[in-house]
Design a protein around this ligand. Sequence first.
Ligand SMILES: C[S@@+](CC[C@H](N)C(=O)[O-])C[C@H]1O[C@@H](n2cnc3c(N)ncnc32)[C@H](O)[C@@H]1O
Length: 495
Amino acid sequence: MESICPIDSRCANEIAALLSPPSPLQVQEYYHKLLSRRNCSSIIVKQDGNFGKGVYAAVDFNEEELVLKDQMLVGVQHSSNKIDCFVCSSCFCFIGSVELQIGRRLYLQELGASGSHGCDMSDSSNTSKYNHDTDSSDGEDNSYEKKEDGDGECSFGGSEAKVHLPEGVVQSLMNGHMRLPYSKEFSMPPAVPCPGGCGESFYCSTSCAEADWESCHSLICTGEWSDTARREALLKFIKHANETNDIFLLAAKAISSTILRYHKLKERCLLEKGKHDKSHLSNHCDLTILSEAWRPIAMGHKRRWWDCIALPDDISSSDEVAFRMQIRDLAFESLQLLTTAIFDRECEPLFSLEIYGHIIGMFEQNNLDLVVASPVEDYFLYIDDLTYPEKEKAEEITRPILDALGEDYSICCQGTAFFPLQSCMNHSCCPNAKAFKREEDRDGQATIIALRSIRKGEEITISYVDEDHPYEERQASLADYGFKCRCPKCVEEQP
Ligand SMILES: C[S@@+](CC[C@H](N)C(=O)[O-])C[C@H]1O[C@@H](n2cnc3c(N)ncnc32)[C@H](O)[C@@H]1O
């Protein structure tokens, strides 16, 4: 039976207003302000009428030059990756120490939390279609590079069964009693716990902790500070997301940040009007303020999740309607749990299925993989590069640890994020730029690099798919985005 969300009909007018596409003028103003706030004058965003918004060069760029570093609007580390990588919940840089990263991972793996928070819909609901390439001297993704020693054997991270370390060693790594040789060369900021005490979120600095708290975490923190009913409801919502699709956690962040922005804007508005006496505050939704709070999300290109999600290969077209209905039901299940946890009467339209579906659909159509290279990998590569006798001495200590980590030693931080500027970049099968993490890019920002020289005024394009694939395959992949590509390469190769 079709899931019915009563808020959809109750708030139909407000929902229609929130989902109406922004005018070209609103687009221009919003991105102009965003770019000025970031002191970025080398690109502009405008709506040219062909494919909606696009990003254009405001200066000339040379080949390999940095075009853009884009700070995410919202991002999450994949649930399954949280065991392997201990990162700041705001900027996603690695925190703690090499020893803590390793000890924590081995401890959690030992506990049986083996990263199998099964994502039932993983094939069909991948919300990060665009990937970040990573830097390496040979142009390959160095996150997974294995090194070979003199006699051609893989010198570490082999596929053999993992060797267990004594519990005492794991504990000593975690609590800092055991120091690994040369680990000081790979220092990381100490972990700052969440101010709400949830024990789930940690940060690289108090400023990151405060920024996350202010922007969204204060509403979705499961720490002792929040009342029991709310905490239990949040925990149910999080469990459901971990068991089905962690994109729901990202949607919860988007909704929380909109609610918090709404209340801040309302407060400011009342102060400006001189109404300091809070007893006069109405608890009705002020649509003008809600639309302003929603603006960063309103700007993203979006369709409903269950309408735009690609049909998985194993679902026949005769089952398509049932499949889309299943996705809609799943979203409704998640939304009901979130509503129980953080419902806000003044922001009621945000808890409609229509809005929830569009937020997830926006992630589906725009998100970029969140990738941060691991300093643990760098550490073992460093040890491997040492020469006799330092290498032998160090390896006496590091070898059993590497054997315990197995081939997972190099796992990087992985997640998905929405980037306000990168998501305005249109696709081309002969792109002039690409998302590419350089050696120095060690946080969750998106990095866009010029693939060739780009002239002022040219549109900056990236490829959403592997542009080296044959024409038919590219078009099939791009069908997931709901468009047929008409870039020069496709026009030329069209049969
Ligand atoms: C990530 S968004 C890019 C920004 C988008 N133009 C906007 O207005 O926000 C992706 C969407 O832009 C449009 N688009 C991007 N590249 C395109 C292309 N080469 N041909 C047709 N449509 C394209 C499609 O609607 C696609 O789903």
